[in-house]
Write a protein that binds this ligand. Structure first.
Ligand code: NDP
Length: 496
């Protein structure tokens, strides 16, 4: 790592060196001693070595989490946990510029984007702080003959296995840490091999805030080793997973040994529907960034852009112009709109889909090329627009997880709904219209967990997020998320 980064940015002290696992409050190497490199996708440069945790390390981490679950942590009151979360929120806010820079160097998103997550992170941690009284005793009226008091006790489920992807680690880790700490559960977190650094730095902040040893453990390593061992582990009571449907299926299969609870947030192929009556000045940039934000590496990205035929050609021209004006480059540059994709593997996958689109007969309206020159060392690709797409084509059916828009024309609202819902996924959908009834009909009609009307991608931790169909199950955010980290038991008390 060079002493100074581009644009005069000083690298955080945390970048570089050999990272360890956090187990039982101690930073330890993997038992095997193995490490794996982690790379800055903007340059291809190795920026740190991660400990390559395996099954034996997961065993140690789960044992530490179990011990902590029954230890001092179990005596903490909701108020104690509330205060802890508020201290963590303060530390996260204080160190957010550093966290954002680590995230940018680790997974490539522009600094402007990673910095903008500060509000979300702060609100999420404060929201979960507000939920610390969600456990405990809840009275439940009954209609039994005789005199009985009935109530329910809500108690933390136990040890949570959290498995998260690389596309937005700062968000994904709080979808697990928040309900874990609010309810008095404990956790073993397995971050993605391509972007583990903010989870490790966050763990340092948790300890600094006074988190008891073992309440949160972090095991870096490969998915098929550490991740699989965590999903299978009989000492884990609940798995929270975000990632691809293929891995989601493996997680469900791995969970059957002890029938642990599982929640899955998987991918999407979300429709973003532009009606002829839309205000094009907001619909064009809105629909473009619904696909291209985070270089397309967002599960809820509006990758199928359905455009009413009457305005199709005008919309496509404006979308092309907008896409060509986006600046792609190193996320440290404040002018950059789109950073690299996370890895060479992901870049190859996207280029493969671009070839598939052309092979299936879609027209490449713009983009589609890997960027060279100064950017040749990183994993950069132009924002890409395909037109003439038919909803049966591979690029309209499979999640690409890159900056690739598939524009599909439609005739009327029924046609739009038919195409929008003709997908195995159901994570999100967007609607651009000035007609109130159209907005409401589409909001009701699209089979997906979140609908944005004349906006896209907003995410509030109190409201939450979840999927229909292949996009998974288990709502994240809001009170029901916290509830899914609690067991409940009914008590029938004979009053004589
Ligand atoms: P994966 O589903 O493979 O990875 C997500 C997480 O699961 C990572 O921590 C990964 O570890 C881990 N993992 C991998 N295999 C196993 C396993 N057998 N058991 C337990 N955990 C495992 O997603 P990828 O990162 O490989 O991305 C591939 C595709 O997934 C993307 O192109 C996109 O379509 C989708 N995706 C969806 C996301 C979403 O937010 N819905 C986010 C990211 C990806 P490791 O990193 O070491 O492989």
């Amino acid at each position: 790592m060079s002493a100074k980064l581009p644009h005069g940015i000083t690298p955080p002290a945390f970048i570089g060196g050999q990272k360890k696992l956090l187990i039982g409050g101690q930073w330890v190497p993997a038992l095997s001693g193995k490490t794996l490199d982690t790379v800055n996708p903007a340059t291809g440069e190795v920026i740190a070595q991660l400990a390559q945790g395996e099954k034996a390390d997961i065993d140690r981490a789960v044992a530490a989490a179990r011990k902590a679950f029954h230890g001092e942590w179990s005596q903490w009151t909701p108020h104690d946990r509330h205060r802890l979360l508020v201290r963590i929120a303060d530390l996260v806010e204080k160190h957010f510029d550093e966290l954002a820079l680590i995230e940018t160097l680790d997974m490539g998103a522009p600094l402007a984007r990673t910095r903008s997550l500060k509000n979300w992170a702060s609100q999420a941690i404060h929201f979960y702080a507000s939920q610390t009284a969600a456990g405990g005793v809840v009275t439940a009226p009954n209609s039994l003959p005789g005199r009985y008091d009935t109530y329910k006790i809500k108690a933390p489920v136990g040890v949570v296995g959290g498995i998260i992807p690389w596309n937005a680690p700062l968000i994904s880790q709080w979808w697990i840490l928040g309900p874990t700490l609010a309810t008095g559960c404990t956790a073993v977190l397995k971050p993605a091999e391509d972007a583990s650094l903010t989870a490790l730095r966050m763990a340092e902040l948790l300890l600094e805030a006074g988190l008891p040893p073992g309440v949160v453990n972090v095991v870096t390593g490969y998915g098929h080793e550490a991740g699989q061992a965590l999903a299978e582990h009989h000492g884990v009571d609940r798995v929270a997973f975000t990632g691809s449907p293929e891995t989601g299926r493996r997680i469900v299969q791995a969970s059957t040994g002890n029938l642990k609870r599982v929640s899955l947030e998987l991918g999407g192929k979300s429709p973003d529907v532009v009606f002829a009556d839309a205000d094009m000045d907001i619909a064009v940039p809105g629909a473009a960034m619904a696909v291209f934000s985070n270089t397309g590496q967002i599960c809820a990205a509006g990758t199928r852009v359905l455009v009413q035929r009457k305005v199709h050609d005008e919309f496509v021209e404006r979308l092309k112009t907008y896409s060509r004006e986006l600046k792609v480059g190193n996320g440290l540059d404040p002018q950059v709109n789109l950073g690299p994709v996370v890895s060479s593997k992901q870049l190859d996958r996207i280029l493969h889909y671009v070839n598939e689109g052309a092979r299936d007969g879609a027209q490449l309206a713009c983009g589609g090329q890997r960027l060279g020159g100064d950017l040749a060392g990183g994993y950069f690709i132009e924002p890409t627009v395909f037109t003439g797409v038919n909803n049966d084509m591979t690029i309209a059916r499979e999640e690409i997880f890159g900056p690739v828009a598939a524009v599909i024309p439609f005739d009327d609202i029924e046609d739009a709904l038919r195409i929008a819902n003709d997908t195995p996924y159901g994570l999100a959908g967007g609607v651009w219209t000035t007609h109130l009834a159209t907005a409401h009909r589409m909001a009701r009609g699209i089979q997906a967990g979140t609908i944005w009307v004349n906006c896209y991608g907003l995410l509030d931790p109190q409201v939450g997020f979840g999927g229909y169909k292949l996009s998974g199950y288990g709502w994240k955010g809001g009170a029901e998320h916290v509830d899914s980290y609690l067991y409940q038991k009914a008590v029938y008390m004979n009053l004589g």
